[in-house]
Design a binder for this molecule. Sequence first.
Ligand code: UT7
Length: 338
Amino acid sequence: MGAASMDKRTIITGIGHYVPPRVVTNFDLEKLMDTSDEWIRQRSGIIERRHVELGVGSSDLAVEAARRAIADSGSRTSDIDLIIAATLSPDHYFPGIGVLVQAKLDLPPIGAIDVRNQCSGFIYALSIGDQYIRTGAYKKILLVAAEVQSTNLNYSDEGRDMAVLFGDGAGALILEPNEHNDGRGILSTHLFADGRHVTDLWMEKPGCLDKPAVTEEMVRTKKFFPRMDGKNVFKNASVKMPEAVRAALQHNGLTVEDVALLIPHQANDRISQMVAHNLKIPLEKVMRNISKYGNTTAASIPIALHEALQEGRIKPGDVVALTSFGSGYTWASALIRW
Ligand code: UT7
């Protein structure tokens, strides 16, 4: 979905992120399960992650990130005309967190869309926001991506493959039309999915297939914890993210050399390195902050994007490539001229 030449491109006018203050190190996890700091670092690049205090929801993290993004854009909260919220870990089974963010920010009764595309949730949400801005339907969209993973991971030996990887956090953006038509903004988004791989990474239960949705059997068999075929996910992520970036570059008549910074979803540092290697992008041009936060699913790209900006790694005019892969499978890419 590329921008038609007459449209005003979508620009990011504000960005913020928030992670809960409680740091959980690999050494902390060693006390809970048969794992080691050495294994986690070598296999994933993660050193620590953040966990919420019990009772703090993904909507709360989203609100903190949203406040920061709104302040960064210099907007009045009352000018926001649409919320798009991405999470796989909503506070409740329903409704989603979009309406909670709206209520907690005391916004007027504007629309609130929830996006459930797991690790690709942010780019999927960005794609939706981009369409609305370019058509002129909305002028100031709050896009939030937030996850609380820590309350539903299996912190025993049988869940160690996943429990060490995931963390909590949120990122938020303000999307607006580029009134100057100076070439800056979202150049394209490309979305992909292949639902044949649902069982490779999923939280199978609870769902509507059982009556009632939560049964004693599912509690006994621990089917309410997410499960993953890590090797398959790893293999596919390493191939599909580069493919998605190539599709984006080709669509825009650009080459890998035009990319100033690649921000892959922070799933595993080894995956990020393989994506860079596959694309022949030097690691200096790849944003990697998984060591601090683990995999924060939908929130990982906006957190990384904000930190890249704070570190001065993106300059005006730079082309930034985003790409993600995760449960579904879903994968995606976006190109932004900053
Ligand atoms: O956002 C998208 C979602 N997720 C991902 O992208 C994750 C993709 N997958 C991965 O990142 C990797 O597959 C993992 C980090 C999950 C695992 O790394 P791996 O190099 O594929 O290890 P493995 O699954 O082959 O496991 C090697 C060994 C196994 O023991 P045996 O069978 O060789 O005796 C595991 O049981 O490591 C064991 N293991 C652990 N050991 C210590 C698995 N988890 C742990 C652990 N600590 N936390």
